[in-house]
Design a protein around this ligand. Structure first.
Ligand code: UDP
Length: 318
């Protein structure tokens, strides 16, 4: 296959590039580099099956080559990033998705949308099944991301139903691993960075809010299987191992040997920050035979090693 990956220089996009190349496919990565980073794909330079185009997919996308699949992963994805770039976030979810779908139609290619657990908002159903319609504040600070992705899902289903496009929608739950940006503001790089610098971990709010963290390799396996499955409704991909932020911080401190403890910063919590989040992954299990394989301590150990290395390389630990 020849696969186009938007957001190909991002955290998830770059891991997708690696996986498709490893499976013997050729990959074209597109990224505006607004939040993506060339370091994530530097190791692919010179690979004859890989090419990179610096481009903002909110503009019309032209690709000469035939394409078999388009994976639309371009978007700011951390709350800090989408609060900093609210209009770009709305545009890439709306206009970017439209352009990527149009390209898939012209190329007669499969299309996969990277959607998110954020479409459930601050959920009133727990755990969240794909049938749950969500609890989103359209004009709240997180609305720029949530509504962009909700619109993207609606547009993807419209292309499937109207044009018969061969589409997939994955709802990705909190994912961590190597190539997250140390400064992306999400809880994993924040906590690990703080722990490695010997600082107290910053708990926003009372720390009783929960998330369920999946290691990036598990997600990539689920995405690869989903692309090859004949299923068009949304599929949750995530780990069901739910933790409060206090429990999570304690694990990070334990794994790093950090003695500095926790510091509470109640004012830092963004309005609409979900109180709970845990995927129901029955559908992924039934349709893809998929379930997460990497336990939190193992994935975190690999992630800590990555951040230790990058702090060392950039001198940010000094
Ligand atoms: N959080 C925290 N301390 C931090 C960063 C985040 O307590 O230094 C909390 C945040 O308030 C949220 C959870 O961790 O409840 C997950 O936040 P993240 O930004 O990683 O992603 P989200 O799941 O909210 O999109």
């Amino acid at each position: 296959m020849r696969v186009l990956i938007t957001g190909g220089a991002g955290f998830l996009g770059s891991h997708l590039c690696d996986r498709f190349l490893a499976e013997g496919h050729s990959v074209i990565a597109i990224d505006s580099l607004l939040t993506g980073d060339m370091h994530n794909i530097a190791h692919l330079t010179g690979n004859p099956d890989f090419s990179f185009i610096k481009y903002d997919v909110t503009n019309y996308i032209h690709v000469d080559e035939p394409l078999d699949a388009i994976l639309h992963f371009a978007s700011p994805a951390s709350p800090i990033d989408y609060l900093k770039y609210p209009i770009q976030t709305l545009k890439v979810g709306a206009l970017g998705t439209h352009n990527a779908l149009g390209l898939a139609r012209v190329k007669n290619a499969k299309f996969m949308l990277a959607s998110t657990s954020e479409i459930y908002g601050d959920p009133l159903e727990h755990p969240q099944r794909e049938t749950y319609a969500g609890n989103v504040d359209s004009i709240g600070p997180r609305g720029v991301y949530d509504e962009a992705k909700r619109f993207a899902e609606a547009l993807t289903m419209a292309y499937h139903r109207t044009h018969g496009l061969d589409t997939r929608i994955v709802r990705i739950f909190n994912t961590y691993g190597p190539r997250m940006r140390l400064d992306d503001g999400r809880v994993v790089p924040n906590f690990v960075g703080q722990a490695l610098r010997g600082e107290a971990l910053t708990i926003y709010g009372d720390g009783m809010q929960t998330r369920s963290f999946q290691y990036v390799d598990d997600l990539i396996e689920g995405l690869y299987r989903l692309l090859h499955a004949d299923f068009h409704e949304p599929v949750n991909i995530g780990n069901t191992d739910e933790k409060t932020m206090i429990e999570f911080a304690d694990i990070v401190n334990e794994l790093t040997g950090n003695q500095a403890g926790l510091v509470y910063m109640p004012g830092e919590r963004i309005k609409g920050d979900p109180q709970t989040r845990q995927p129901d992954i029955t559908r992924a299990h039934e349709i893809l035979g998929w379930s997460p394989q990497v336990p939190l301590p193992d994935g975190l150990a690999r992630t800590i090693a990555y951040f230790r290395e990058s702090i060392h390389a950039t001198g940010q630990g000094d």
